[in-house]
Design a protein. Structure first.
Length: 310
């Protein structure tokens, strides 16, 4: 059964916010990334999601497309982010079919619980390669398209233009109606889906913590090098979000549901919701975040600040 809007996005965003935009997303068949893309599609974007599993990726794409009649959502399977060749084909298909790339979500990630003593070099490398090399690969391939998108956006900037003296002031209602037909909206934006575990460390997650620290560093450097070209690069760091693969791996299965919070460790007193990551995504891709780059938006109910003691 298709999800109701309020189940995957808050009511504060205007329909049509991302009309004409295209998002490319790795890890797009996963619980968090598919929700991020669903929200963007609902708000007007077209999308291309890629994943390793062909059947799952195509099915999730079809499901996301139900968020908005008329949307175009490509699901391209057999893409391993560790292989730049398989990614290149997917990027080319996205650009050919959907006309470009305005937003990138680098969300593909590997995870399993293993104490350091039992972590083989290949196991460590597998996660580093999926998270860090994979994020690098997709960034490298998407950047020319993101730069083009940013250039288009900046040349027809939605920043308020200076009114000439004595010109009639614009009323609230007319500015609303002009903006609804209107501004081209942002382009050239990247979100890396990271984590908070490397802020403190977490047993059995050495490989993931090291990988996520690398992803954060990648985002920060992209922000610095590509800021002058109008591209923004930020990290979303989800905390414990109920109903995700990551939580299923880290918590007992019955605890990882929304009602399964054991009552300790999170200042806001509950697990996060997947839609709260979608909302953070919409914010960072919207004009409301025009001056935000090189940042990490932590969405964790304050959990990491307590380091598990709260
Ligand atoms: C120890 C393990 C292992 C485990 C795999 N390996 N699972 N070692 N414990 N549970 C080892 C293997 O033995 C092998 O090493 C090496 O890892 C590679 O395994 P493969 O299965 O060949 O690798 P591959 O097919 O490349 O898959 C890599 C994978 C992948 C990382 C294991 O299957 C995967 O990522 N699955 C999870 C996807 C997922 O849940 N994504 C959501 C992430 S959530 P040897 O030495 O034997 O060759 C997330 C949130 C993070 O990231 C934040 C949390 C707070």
């Amino acid at each position: 059964m298709p999800l109701e809007k309020h189940e995957y996005i808050s009511n504060v965003w205007s329909d049509g916010l991302f009309d004409g935009k295209v998002v490319f997303c790795t890890g797009g068949n996963g619980s968090i990334c598919s929700a991020q893309v669903r929200a963007l599609v609902h708000l007007g974007a077209d999308a291309c999601i890629v994943g390793r599993n062909v059947e799952k990726t195509e099915k999730v794409a079809q499901d996301i497309a139900t968020a908005r009649p008329g949307s175009r959502v490509l699901g391209i399977g057999a893409v391993d982010v560790r292989s730049i060749d398989s990614l290149q084909k997917a990027i080319d298909t996205c650009v050919k079919e959907l006309g470009g790339i305005d937003f990138l979500i680098a969300g593909a990630a590997g995870n399993f619980l293993a104490p350091l003593a039992q972590l083989s070099p290949n196991a460590f490398k597998s996660v580093i390669d999926i998270d860090v090399l994979g994020s690098y690969n997709v960034t490298k391939l998407a950047l020319p398209h993101l730069v083009a998108s940013a250039k288009k956006h900046n040349s027809s900037s939605s920043l308020p233009k200076k009114q000439p003296p004595n010109s009639p002031s614009t009323s609230t209602s007319s500015s609303r109606s002009s903006s609804s037909s209107g501004p081209p909206g942002p382009g050239g934006r990247i979100i890396y889906v990271s984590a908070t575990i490397h802020y403190t460390g977490l047993p059995m997650q050495t490989h993931v913590a090291v990988a996520k620290a690398g992803v954060d560093a990648l985002s920060n450097n992209v922000a610095i090098e590509y800021g002058p070209l109008g591209v923004t690069s930020n990290v979303i760091a989800p905390g414990p979000i109920a109903g995700t693969e990551g939580m299923d791996r880290l918590a007992k299965k019955q605890q990882s549901t929304p009602g399964g919070y054991p009552g300790k460790g999170i200042p806001l007193g509950r697990w996060g919701l997947i839609k709260e990551i979608a909302d953070a995504t919409v914010y960072l891709f919207s004009d409301a975040a025009n001056y935000v780059t090189g940042s990490a938006l932590v969405v964790d109910g304050g959990a990491w600040r307590t380091a598990g003691t709260g």
